[in-house]
Design a protein around this ligand. Sequence first.
Ligand code: SF4
Ligand code: SF4
Length: 383
Amino acid sequence: MGRDTSSSGFSPPLFPGSILALELTDFCNCNCIMCTQSVSRKIHKRGKGFMSSDLLDSILKSIADSGARFDKLLPFGLGESLLHPAFPELIRRLLDFNSDRSFFSSIDLHTNATLLNEAARAALLNNHSVPDTVSFSLDAIKPETYWRIRRNRQLESAYNNVKSFIDHRESSGKSLPRCLIQFIVMDENKDEAREFLEYWSDFFRTRSLKFQVNYDWFPPMESDTIFFKRLNPFHNEEMADAEELHRSVADGLGLINSSQSDRIISSQEFLDLARPEARRPCAGPFKYLSVSWDGELTVCCIDTSRELSLGNLKQTELFELWNGDKNHAFRMAHILGDLAPMPKCLNCHNLDSPPLSDQEVTTWMRQNGQAELIGRYLERIGK
Ligand code: SF4
Ligand code: SF4
């Protein structure tokens, strides 16, 4: 049976859990030690820049024309989106495009909050039916720790901007976005995790605002959240230490309870799952469309150097690339466990985000002329 490239089983609609990441810029006013920004000045192996309005329009047109639907839109990539000179206009356009929730189930922005001025705030606060979220990456409560981690001295501005943002949301009667106050657990900040938790808990309590505290993506974030996140280290061999530290800090804060602890996968389990012969396919080539500011389309956020690029949207339409031969080959490489054409993936420990079920994989195989290989796939992953 041949392959039907017009549908490919993913567009429209895309599988649950699908993500579209649009990098508005790769410039940043921080240089955080845990971010690729601190590793290279040319993070995509080329100069930095800002996404043009024309490129954004062409992407939205492709989505509207195809009827594709994503679980999440992430209007950021490897930079600080609020540095984009047209940020308020662009974010408004995205929110309006999706105001009746036709294309994205949620819109989630990450920002360091240092540039969260009145215009950005006004563009972001809304009453749409989409449960969008803004994550404020703070990671510290002491200025010297903030400087050590983010190499930026604007901690006070960032804190004031976040508090003012939430206060304006409440006083203006807007219901959205939900706010996530993020603290990535590292050696540099582990000793102030409790102070951070108490500070932001007091902030929410004194305003009688409902909030939750998470150390994992579970339970789902349904209100404002203080989030103690595990560090995603640059190298696999640092994963065990990052996990151990995260677990001990979360435990020390009293966040780990028995119903949640079985969700934590140890590093060894990760490494076992990553063995080529047992490794499950990554959802990236199936569910993660990542577009850099200059139109390059790749299959995940890990691929910062664009080694897995499918092409450029300035030359080829979004879904023509996404459903084209190159991504078909990427998906088959992951399904068959032969990652030789994708060396980047061999050392990647992103094995479960977003999730990809066997049913989704086998559905795709049936729709794309690969039904005869389903048995081989299930045997390879021990099913
Ligand atoms: S603020 Fe975000 S994008 Fe900028 S360096 Fe830090 S982690 Fe990277
Ligand atoms: S295995 Fe890693 S590098 Fe490869 S597609 Fe998945 S997330 Fe990207």
